[in-house]
Design a protein around this ligand. Structure first.
Ligand SMILES: *Cc1c(COP(=O)(O)O)cnc(C)c1O
Length: 393
């Protein structure tokens, strides 16, 4: 391959021999088309007219009053499909088209990436297969229906715990046998090179817009930028435009603490050790024998035992700080934003809000914080209802 795909020592491509030429083909095509004028124009038109970019930067006044300093929300929840995922699926879907591929496959956990891929499959008229663990199919049945309505086939994955990790294993296995006409549309800044670079490129629009909107609306850069971290794509998307601004604090929030259900958690950067999963070296939740943990979180979208290699590097260099939010604090944040602003955040995004609420005493009243509101919470209403049933009047 032309590039090593390393962030420090993290990343790389630890994959079976058969996949090397396919990843090479993807790398070559990506670095050819991402600066191709026709590709850029087509993607920019679709981002605007199909997906709804640019998304607003919104000053959450009543929420800010409760927390005690100024909080702005980057409204990725308003993007088509209800989350930032569409930025990446449009980009990779278009890349697949330019490469002459006719079929898409993808993995999904909570179903948001599967849905965004199914939508793009319909948009480009490509046959689409979504690999999804049986546990996730059960807890995210609405997204399964939506994917099928968009014409995708949802393939249940029985292995392991029936969650995202197992879905990725099966999708990779399927890909090795169908490389000629099939494009694997990966969902986050994880996996083997070149995926972390490809997905980052298509999510960078979040940071570029935010920086510009911030300067226009506030007249200065923020003091901190906060994003939730599952695989790390929405966080890299917004962090990337502030990396050089040393006075802007970057905070990634993982699903942490003890899950309400099981006592497990999903904070790879906070509690993991270096290992290899799904083709990349990264911080990984594993036991002393190197067995990967079963993660668990109230939000299925953060339920992944590894994390993107660039975040591992940003952690080690200290440029970004990673913390964990507990389920109870996340549910509190979900409720507070809903009540004060009439915006239901995805439980994933509520992790970033929970960080601000839990640490409000550490920030002065003139602090300006930007939260990447990665998605909307409609998909999570029944989960919140389960833990926080509304009292009857
Ligand atoms: C998938 C998802 C995430 C987690 O993925 P990242 O790659 O870490 O961004 C976060 N928020 C929402 C709304 C999601 O759908």
């Amino acid at each position: 391959m032309k590039y090593k795909g390393r962030f420090g020592d993290y990343g790389g491509f630890y994959v079976p021999e058969v996949l090397i030429p396919v990843l090479e083909e993807l790398e070559e095509a990506f670095y050819r088309f991402y600066k191709d004028e026709r590709f850029i124009e087509e993607l920019s038109n679709l981002s605007k007219d199909y997906a709804g970019r640019p998304t607003p930067l919104y000053y959450a006044r009543r929420f800010s009053e409760q927390v005690g300093f100024k909080i702005y929300l980057k409204r990725e929840d308003l993007l088509h499909g209800g989350a930032h995922k569409m930025n990446n699926t449009l980009g990779q879907g278009l890349l697949a088209k330019y490469m002459g591929k006719t079929k898409l496959i993808a993995e999904t956990g909570a179903g948001q990436h599967g849905l965004a891929t199914a939508m793009v499959g319909a948009l480009f008229g490509m046959q689409t297969k979504i690999f999804m663990g049986v546990t996730d199919i059960e807890r995210q049945s609405v997204n399964v229906h939506k994917m099928r309505l968009c014409g995708a086939e949802v393939i249940p994955v029985e292995g392991g715990t029936g969650t995202l990790k197992d879905a990725i294993n099966d999708a990779l296995r399927y890909w090795t046998a169908h490389v000629a006409d099939t494009f694997y549309l990966f969902g986050s800044v994880c996996g083997p090179h070149p995926y972390p670079a490809v997905v980052k490129h298509f999510q960078i629009c979040i940071g570029k817009e935010t920086r510009k909107q911030c300067l226009e609306q506030i007249g200065k850069l923020p003091n901190l930028v906060v994003a939730c971290v599952g695989g790390g794509s929405n966080a890299i998307g917004i962090f990337s435009s502030f990396l050089e601004d040393k006075n802007v604090k970057l905070i990634g929030v993982e699903a942490g603490g003890v899950s309400l259900n099981s006592g497990k958690h999903a904070a790879s950067l906070v509690a993991g050790r270096v290992g290899i999963l799904h083709g990349a070296k990264a911080y990984l939740l594993q036991d002393d024998q190197g067995q990967v943990w079963e993660t668990e979180s109230v939000s299925a979208g953060l339920d992944y035992p590894a994390v993107g290699p660039e975040h591992c590097y940003l952690k080690d260099t200290g440029r970004a700080e990673y913390v964990a939010a507990e389920d109870e604090a996340v549910l509190d944040a979900f409720e507070l934003l809903s009540k004060t602003e009439g915006i239901l955040p995805a439980l994933e995004s509520a992790h970033a809000l929970a960080y601000l609420i839990s640490n409000k005493k550490s920030f002065s009243a003139d602090t300006v914080a930007i939260v990447n509101l990665s998605g909307r919470g409609d998909k999570d209403v029944s989960i919140v209802e389960k833990y926080r049933p509304l009292m009857e009047c």
